[in-house]
Design a protein around this ligand. Structure first.
Ligand code: FAD
Ligand code: FES
Length: 254
């Protein structure tokens, strides 16, 4: 675990917190789709286990996290203020492949986080991409702020909101399927399990070209506790922390 100082904190809407953390090693090495394990405060072992979070972006000697407050660990982490020091381990795991000629990015809710990092990397490499993002309620629309500077963004909200598509992000993707299928794009997705399962219907026969980032409960984050197992297609298990969190849709049973 490394010690990492909070440089900046921002609340995004009612449920999300953005933290910029100083740690030059992680900032230099992190790749889109990789994650870090974070423990709220130095030398406080409550909660005992660190929590996994994807990297949103890196800048100079710092990197940024964006997380949803869902339970005890994230509520404690949300209390961190600039100047506080957190324990951080990473970057960990296998990220997204970056060898696409173009990308279609599909995010549900907090699944936006690793895909923003990917979209920024594509922008740097001049790889064209389309970014589809969906939120459930208007309260979550604040998340769209983190897409600043990313071109070709399409958004949906399941509540009716002026200016946006009303429905799930996959309803929105279905409307653009001709464009998606015509291009030789790789598809990258992160979001709730139900959303990832439906991708199998939409991209049936094309699973090799679809990469999904999975979330599981994690104990260690680096392949030791075996707490993050998910079934492999064809039998056996993957460990999300060390084999993933990014997998081809063709590799996993969802
Ligand atoms: C590789 C990876 C990357 C992640 N990146 C992000 C991120 O960028 N932003 C973000 O907001 N969250 C992310 N998560 C999810 C985040 O780790 C959990 O929300 C967090 O651990 C919850 O901790 P807690 O103590 O607040 O909640 P707990 O008290 O542990 O649980 C509260 C609620 O959250 C659910 N929950 C807990 N952990 C998970 C999980 N891993 N997946 C789904 N549901 C869970 C529980 O079932 C419960 O309903 C990521 C998870 C993984 C595995
Ligand atoms: S979290 Fe411990 S093995 Fe994956």
């Amino acid at each position: 675990m490394k010690l990492s100082r909070v440089r900046r904190k921002e609340r995004i809407g009612e449920r999300f917190v953005l933290l910029e953390l100083e740690e030059s090693g992680i900032a230099a090495q992190a790749k889109p789709g990789q994650f870090v394990m974070v423990r709220p405060f130095q030398e406080v072992f409550d909660p005992l286990l660190a929590r996994p979070f994807a990297v949103l972006r890196t800048q100079g000697d710092s990197f940024t996290l964006l997380f949803e407050v869902t339970g005890r660990g994230t509520a404690l982490l949300a209390r961190a203020e600039p100047g506080d020091v957190l324990s951080v381990l990473g970057p960990l795991g296998r990220g997204f492949s970056l060898d696409a000629s173009s990308g279609v990015l599909i995010a549900g809710g907090r699944g936006i986080v690793p895909l923003v990092f990917l979209a920024l990397e594509f922008l740097k490499r001049t790889i064209p991409s389309l970014f589809f993002v969906g939120v459930r309620e208007r309260k979550e629309l604040a998340l769209l702020r983190v897409l600043e500077g990313i071109p070709e963004v399409f958004w949906s909200c399941e509540e009716k909101v002026a200016g946006g598509f009303c429905g799930t992000v996959l309803d929105l993707v279905r409307r653009h399927l001709d464009a998606v299928f015509k291009s030789d794009a790789k598809v990258y997705a992160c979001g709730p399990e139900g959303m990832l399962r439906k991708l199998k219907e939409i991209f049936s026969g094309r699973e090799e070209k679809v990469e999904v980032s999975l979330e599981t409960r994690m104990g260690c984050g680096f392949g030791v506790c075996l707490g993050c197992a998910v079934p492999k297609k064809g039998g056996g298990y993957w460990h999300v922390c060390s084999d993933g969190p990014v997998f081809k849709l063709s590799e996993v049973m969802l």
